[in-house]
Design a protein around this ligand. Structure first.
Ligand SMILES: [Zn+2]
Ligand SMILES: [Zn+2]
Length: 460
C-alpha cells in the first residue's frame, strides 16, 4: 500500500483514509453531496430535516432528514472567495464575477441588460497607486537600478531597493483609503462629464447615468490598484441609450481629468511622528476602449471579463502576506512572512493607535486595504446575490422535479417545515484529496463550457 500511496503523492495515513472513505457504504452519496458543493475544500456540515405537508389534509408529502446521509450530515459549500482557502468556492466566485462583468458589457437578456448596451461608450480603466520609493523592476532597458537583470519570477521584484527609506506608512495608508479615493474619483468624474457637456450636475442626472464594475488587485509591491469598466447609459440605466454627445473620447478625457483633480485626493492629518499626507492616485493611468473584437489598443469584452474574474479571487496573497487576520507580530515570524509584506503589516500595527477609526490592525493581513474586492454601481448589471439565487433556485427545482413536488412558493396548498443545526466544518485528510479531485473535474467542465460559449459568441 505504501508504494501506491507514494505513487499518488500522498502520505500513507492520508492514503489510508482515502481508501476508508472510498470503501464506505455511503460513498456514492458523499460524492454526490460534495459535487453539489462544487468540491468545496471546507464544507459546512448540517444536521436536520425538512418536511413538506399538504396544508389542507396535513398529509406528509415529502420528508428529508440528514439521518440517512453519510455520517448523518449534509455538506454545504463554505462560500469562501479566496483561492488559498477554498479553490472550489473561489472558482465559483470568479465565474460569477465573470458573468457579472460580461453582462454589463455584452448584455444578457436573463439579467435585464439588453445587447444594445454594446453601443454605449465604455472603457476599461486602471487606476494605480503612486510611488512609495523605488522598487526592483524589469525596465525596458533590461537592467534594474540595483544593477541586475531580474528574471520574471524573481521574488525581489516589487520589493524596495532600500527598505529603510521606503514609505511603508504611506503605502498602507493609501491601501486603507483606496475605497474612499475611488468614491472621490467617481464623484469628480460626474462633474467632469457635466462640464464637458455644458450641463449642471443636476441636468446631467436627467440625461446620463455613469455605471461601473470594478475589481481590486494587489501589485507585487503590495499596493492596491483598481481595474474598472466604466460605461455611460441613459438616465434609466443599461436599457436606455445615452445622448449622442456622450462619446468614448469624452468619457476618456473626463476620466483623465477626474483622476488628477485636487478633489480626488484625501489628506491624512499629522499624528505623533507621522507627517500629514496627501493621498492621491499614481500618475500611471491606463484607459482603453472596449470593443466586441480586438482592434489595435482596444480590448475585447471577453478579455475584460476574464481579466476581472482572475483578480477577483486573488486578494492580497500574491504579495506574500497571509490570508487571514493577524493577531500579533510573533505570528509573522512563525509563518515566515517575507520581509516586504511583513513590514507592511507591521506598519498597520504601528499606525493603528494613531488613526483608530481606520481600523488598520484589523485589516493588517490585507496590507491596510478594507474595501471590497469587486464592486459595481447599482445599475451596472446583475448582482452576485441574484446569480446565487438563480443557482439555488435551479437546484431546488431540480430536486423537486426528481421528487415530483410542486414549488412551495407557487403552491399555496403545501407547507414546508424545517429544522437545521450546524454540526461542524471541513474534511478528513482523505476526503480533502477526493474533494479536490471533484473540484478539478468540475472546473474543467466549466472551462470547456465557457470556451464553447465564447466560440458561439464570436460566430454570432
Ligand atoms: Zn468552499
Ligand atoms: Zn533590482
Amino acid at each position: 500500500m505504501t508504494d501506491t500511496a507514494t505513487l499518488a503523492g500522498l502520505d500513507p495515513d492520508t492514503f489510508g483514509d482515502l481508501l476508508r472513505v472510498a470503501g464506505s457504504p455511503g460513498f456514492d452519496r458523499w460524492r454526490d453531496q460534495v459535487r453539489r458543493t462544487g468540491g468545496c475544500a471546507n464544507p459546512i456540515h448540517l444536521t436536520g430535516w425538512t418536511l413538506t405537508k399538504d396544508k389542507a389534509t396535513g398529509q406528509a408529502l415529502h420528508h428529508y432528514s440528514t439521518e440517512d446521509e453519510p455520517g448523518g450530515r449534509l455538506r454545504v459549500a463554505c462560500g469562501n472567495r479566496r483561492a488559498s482557502r477554498c479553490p472550489a468556492c473561489a472558482w465559483m466566485y470568479a465565474a460569477d464575477t465573470y458573468h457579472l462583468i460580461r453582462a454589463g458589457l455584452a448584455g444578457d437578456q436573463d439579467k435585464d441588460v439588453p445587447a444594445t448596451v454594446r453601443d454605449h461608450p465604455r472603457v476599461f480603466a486602471t487606476l494605480t497607486a503612486p510611488s512609495f520609493g523605488p522598487v526592483h523592476n524589469r525596465p525596458d532597458s533590461g537592467r534594474c537600478r540595483c544593477g541586475t537583470h531580474h528574471a520574471p519570477d524573481d521574488d525581489a521584484l516589487g520589493t524596495p531597493l532600500d527598505p529603510d527609506t521606503y514609505d511603508y506608512a504611506a503605502a498602507v495608508l493609501f491601501n486603507n483609503h483606496a475605497g474612499n479615493l475611488w468614491q472621490r474619483f467617481t464623484n469628480r468624474l460626474r462633474r467632469e462629464i457635466a462640464a464637458r457637456a455644458g450641463l449642471t450636475q443636476r441636468e446631467l442626472k436627467e440625461v446620463v447615468r455613469v455605471s461601473y464594475g470594478k475589481v481590486a488587485e494587489f501589485q507585487k509591491r503590495g499596493a492596491v490598484h483598481f481595474h474598472a469598466v466604466v460605461r455611460l447609459d441613459g438616465p434609466a440605466g443599461p436599457k436606455d441609450p445615452p445622448p449622442s454627445w456622450a462619446t468614448v473620447q469624452l468619457l476618456t478625457d473626463s476620466i483623465h481629468a477626474a483622476v488628477v483633480h485636487s478633489y480626488t485626493s484625501i489628506t491624512v492629518p499629522a499624528a505623533a511622528d507621522q507627517p500629514a499626507r496627501e493621498l492621491r492616485w499614481g500618475s500611471q493611468l491606463d484607459i482603453r476602449p472596449i470593443r466586441a473584437f480586438e482592434a489595435g489598443t482596444d480590448i475585447t469584452e471577453q478579455g475584460v471579463a476574464s481579466y476581472v474574474a482572475k483578480y477577483a479571487t486573488k486578494a492580497a496573497e500574491t504579495t506574500g502576506t497571509i490570508d487571514r487576520r493577524v493577531g500579533n507580530r510573533e505570528v509573522l515570524v512563525l509563518l515566515e512572512v517575507p520581509d516586504h509584506p511583513r513590514r507592511l503589516i507591521e506598519a498597520c500595527f504601528d499606525l493603528d493607535g494613531l488613526y483608530p477609526d481606520r481600523r488598520l490592525r484589523a485589516w493588517a493581513h490585507m496590507l491596510g486595504f478594507r474595501g471590497h474586492f469587486s464592486s459595481k454601481s447599482r445599475r451596472y448589471s446583475t448582482t452576485l446575490g441574484a446569480l446565487r439565487q438563480v443557482r439555488a433556485d435551479y437546484r431546488a427545482t431540480q430536486q423537486r422535479e426528481e421528487l415530483g413536488l410542486s414549488d412551495p412558493d407557487q403552491d399555496p396548498t403545501v407547507l414546508v417545515l424545517t429544522d437545521w443545526q450546524y454540526a461542524g466544518q471541513g474534511h478528513t485528510p482523505g476526503e480533502s484529496v477526493l474533494a479536490a479531485s471533484i473540484a478539478r473535474d468540475l472546473q474543467l467542465n466549466r472551462e470547456t463550457a465557457r470556451e464553447a460559449l465564447a466560440l458561439e459568441g464570436d460566430r454570432s
